[in-house]
Design a protein around this ligand. Structure first.
Ligand code: ADP
Ligand code: MG
Length: 571
């Protein structure tokens, strides 16, 4: 239960505000989250870590020297938007590139990934590190596909220490992945957590039982078991993790482990210490040395009653970085070297960002982009009900609405940008961001990424030509595939986009319009054919078999918009 709040909707924002107010020497509130209150050295890579709120001290509590440079803060248990991530990076990055670190969850992958697309188009070197320590969520051979839980702490701590001690971006990224590959966690819950303002918890565990292998967003355990004594709980966690202990003497690992016993919300510190006492005994029996063990709350899940154990199998390099000093609101160790840390000079705010200079030619191209997006808006509005109906068969029924909101937001943003004198590139970049922000949902982020990448093909100074149009469309499709990770046959818009791209390459001679029209016909046939296959990705996956006989809504909307684009350009 959350007893104290002003309004459920404002809870996450107000918590960030109060956190910053209580740590003004370390944190600054920036649009979308928090960043360091101090200026970081020019050329130092930035570590921007995040995810939803509801997990404090993760993630905003870990911003400061030796750890994070900024943290976008999403709503409770939901990923920050791409715009929030982008904004925090603009406030945290100082010429050395950025590592985006977050737990491996579909929503975070999509929104951080979209922000990365935009940042890369602006010349910022972006690396993505997804933490995946939860052994309950996938097989050992798929370690990097697991979800992230309390392993966020050691991975970000170690990467932050590497940066503080002079690592460049390549080096910091290497160390972060190395830490993730050495980290394993396993957790238990005795009862579920309640969202602020909600009537009851997201799930219950029967009295006397425990959910084994829980998630940190109210996902219940993978199985229920009898709740035993503290020692039995300690043994269960420890034994599970030890099944993945690497060979001693190999790769520099020789039985030295960082140990984190993490309370998820309502387990008391004394209870944790009782459990840790047993874990310390088990470590000793196995001949393992605990290196600076941590017992307390690190990655919480609101008021979840539960705990998790994390082991990091250390080598010399990881141990040194794990032990390095750190100074953040929620995690402090050792004494930071006494270096000058001047206060930050400014805060970047999208609302005040200037539109880059443009040429008249590029502004004319931007006008055409606005009218294409207005056409998209019309087509989406006309087909909203039908696309929603198709999505409802095996998905959640919101595809029509997502496309309608997204295209409307994009057209509005493009119009506003063009009115302020933006060139083609800037107009499309802003439209892409607006599409994702307005639509929500998977397809919204993917269309946002497509427009953003298409924008990268244009410039704000040159006159666009037909080759640019074709390249932009291809770049957009590449972005959809990069970000969504779908392959042909998964029953997604990729099933229409890939044949479209191939047909376009064949059909294009000198004029983009007719070639796109031809390719859109191929895309439409391909979209119709998706009726024959089972959905394997996205929300529709759960009800995959029900989707047989119905075409994929995202593939269909893709072919509709490409048909509209071809027709528009041929006019
Ligand atoms: P959500 O699935 O979040 O409700 P929408 O309903 O707006 O989003 O969009 C659903 C469409 O998104 C699907 O029909 C499919 O075409 C597309 N889609 C979902 N996941 C992926 C993915 N990983 N890659 C490409 N397209 C995807
Ligand atoms: Mg949907």
């Amino acid at each position: 239960m959350t007893y104290l709040l002003n309004s459920p909707d404002d809870f996450a924002d107000e918590a960030v505000h109060g956190l910053v107010a209580s740590h003004p020497e370390l944190l600054a509130e920036v649009p979308g989250g928090v960043a360091r209150a101090t200026q970081t050295p020019q050329g130092q890579p930035a570590l921007v870590i995040g995810g939803g709120s509801g997990h404090y001290p993760a993630f905003a509590g870990w911003v400061g020297p030796g750890m994070g440079h900024g943290a976008p803060c999403g709503n409770i248990f939901s990923s920050p938007s791409a715009s929030e991530v982008y904004s925090v990076v603009r406030n945290a990055e100082n010429g050395g590139g950025v590592i985006l670190g977050f737990g491996n969850y579909a929503g975070d992958v999509l929104h951080f990934g979209l922000a990365a697309e935009k940042l890369r188009h602006e010349g910022i070197d972006v690396r993505i590190v997804t933490v995946s320590d939860d052994i309950a969520s996938n097989e050992p051979e798929n370690h990097r596909d697991r979800r992230g839980v309390a392993g966020d702490l050691p991975v970000f701590k170690i990467a932050g220490a590497a940066i503080e001690t002079g690592a460049d971006l390549d080096e910091a990224e290497r160390v972060a992945w190395k830490a993730n590959d050495a980290t394993r966690s396993f957790g238990l819950a005795f009862d579920g957590c309640t969202l602020p303002g909600a009537e009851g918890p997201l799930f219950h565990v029967e009295k006397g039982q425990m959910g084994v292998g829980l998630g940190i967003h109210g996902e219940p355990g993978v199985r229920d078991d009898r709740l035993g004594t503290a020692a039995e709980v300690a043994d269960l966690l420890f034994d599970q993790l030890m099944t993945e202990e690497p060979e001693r003497g190999e790769h520099g690992y020789d039985g030295r482990v960082a140990v984190i016993l993490n309370g998820l919300g309502t387990v008391k510190y004394e209870e944790l210490f009782v459990v840790y006492g047993r874990i310390a005994q088990r470590l000793e029996e196995k001949g393992l040395t605990a290196v600076r063990p941590e017992v307390g709350e690190f990655v919480t899940s609101l008021d979840m009653a539960g705990l998790s154990l994390t082991l990091v199998f250390l080598d010399e390099e990881l141990e040194k970085l794990w032990m390095a000093p750190v100074e953040t609101p929620a995690y402090r160790r050792g004494a930071m070297p006494d270096v000058e840390r001047p206060a930050r000079k400014s805060i970047w705010d999208a609302a005040e960002a200037e539109i880059p200079q443009s040429s008249e030619d590029s502004r004319a191209c931007a006008q055409r982009i606005v009218s294409v997006l207005e056409t998209f808006q019309t087509v989406c509005a006309e087909n909203e009900a039908e696309l929603g109906r198709l999505d409802a068969v095996a998905g959640d029924g919101d595809h029509g609405q997502g496309m309608a909101f997204g295209s409307r937001g994009a057209a509005q943003a493009a119009r506003a940008a063009a009115e302020q004198g933006a060139g083609a590139r800037t107009t499309l970049l802003l439209a892409g961001q607006a599409w994702a922000d307005s639509a929500g949902g998977t397809s919204g982020a993917l269309w946002g990424a497509a427009l953003t990448s298409a924008g990268g093909v244009f410039s704000d100074t040159d006159k666009g030509n037909d080759h640019n149009v074709v390249d932009a469309v291809s770049a957009g499709i590449d972005a959809i595939m990069r970000l969504g990770g779908a392959k042909p046959g998964d029953k997604t818009m990729v099933d229409a986009a890939v044949p479209f791209r191939d047909a376009l390459a064949d059909a294009f001679g000198a004029e983009a319009g007719p070639a796109i029209t031809t390719a859109a016909g191929v895309a439409r046939d391909a979209a119709d054919k998706t009726a024959d296959i089972t959905a394997r990705l996205g929300r529709a996956r759960v009800l995959g078999d029900k989707s047989v006989g119905t075409p994929d809504p995202g593939a269909l909307s893709f072919s509709m918009l490409m048909a509209a684009l071809g027709e528009h350009l041929s006019r």
